[in-house]
Design a binder for this molecule. Structure first.
Ligand SMILES: Nc1ncnc2c1ncn2[C@@H]1O[C@H](COP(=O)(O)OP(=O)(O)O)[C@@H](O)[C@H]1O
Ligand SMILES: [Mg+2]
Length: 255
């Protein structure tokens, strides 16, 4: 589904600062991968490169066998529209648009009528059926993030990228948001790549990739935890066959 080969990203030309060093990684279709690591370890940089929002200094990123690092700006914007959805920590909703209009925004390609129909379905699905005409200022943080999730799924992208989507929410709303992501992920059989600081959320993933100083320092195979209850247990089991890294001791992990 996604293959990252020897990815390096440096900033500056005089004395370049390398924030991602030779990272290689494969993500299978349908997999839920968590990316963790301290602040500044390169998580957002890696995700931006995988999603075609940024270009690497060297290395390649393949999405469904297409090398996105070779793509022109036009090809990249088509690719982002067709293949990837995004959810960010700060929701990034348009303040002057309603929940419905925000959700429809990336769906021009579907045509107005179909876009509206799908947007209403998705908003109902995330529990906001009664709030379609509300503006972001009339919604709580958790509700705004649910709008952002509906918007991210409107074009049924094969891959969803979420950069600390629960970072601005309390733990109860954060848990709900992750459960929702998992549920939609299962429904649309998409691949989920999630950056999180929360060890409990990371444990819901199939694999946790830990970064430090721009390098992968550990890959943990998780059993999916409560993910099994809320999402596809069978998918978790099937993915077991593709796991390469053994689960490591959790002795050093924060409880
Ligand atoms: N545009 C930029 N110019 C220079 N340095 C940057 C830029 N963007 C990010 N960095 C640096 O890259 C490093 C990794 O950042 P980031 O990927 O955002 O980390 P994380 O998401 O893990 O907190 C940080 O040291 C950050 O300061
Ligand atoms: Mg970040």
């Amino acid at each position: 589904m996604i293959e990252v080969k020897h990815l390096t990203r440096s900033y500056g030309s005089v004395s370049p600062l390398t924030v991602l060093h030779n990272v290689s990684l494969k993500v299978e279709a349908g997999e839920f991968v968590a990316i963790t690591g301290p602040s500044g370890s390169g998580k957002s940089t890696l995700m931006g490169l995988m999603a075609g929002l940024d270009r690497p200094t060297s290395g390649q990123v393949f999405i469904q066998n297409e090398d996105i690092t070779q793509a022109s700006e036009n090809e990249l914007s088509r690719l982002r529209g067709e293949k990837v959805g995004f959810v960010f920590q700060n929701f990034l909703l348009m303040q002057t648009l309603t929940a419905l209009e925000n959700t429809m925004l990336p769906a021009e390609i579907l045509g107005r009528e179909l876009a509206e129909k799908r947007a209403r379905e998705l908003l109902a699905r995330v529990g906001l059926g009664e709030r379609v005409d509300h503006y972001p200022s009339q919604l709580s943080g958790g509700e705004m993030q649910r709008v952002a999730i509906a918007r991210a799924f409107i074009n049924t992208p094969p891959v969803l990228f979420a950069d600390e989507p629960t970072g601005n929410l309390d733990s109860k709303n954060g848990q709900k948001i992750v459960e929702l992501l998992l549920e939609l992920n299962r429904t649309y059989e998409s691949t989920l790549i999630l950056i999180t600081h929360n060890p409990e959320l990371a444990r819901l993933s199939n694999r946790e990739i830990r970064l430090k100083d721009g390098r992968i320092v550990e890959i943990l195979a998780h059993r999916g935890g409560s993910h099994k209850k809320t999402a596809a247990a069978s998918k978790g089991a099937a993915l077991g066959a593709t796991r390469r890294a053994p689960a490591k001791s959790k002795g050093t992990k924060r409880k």
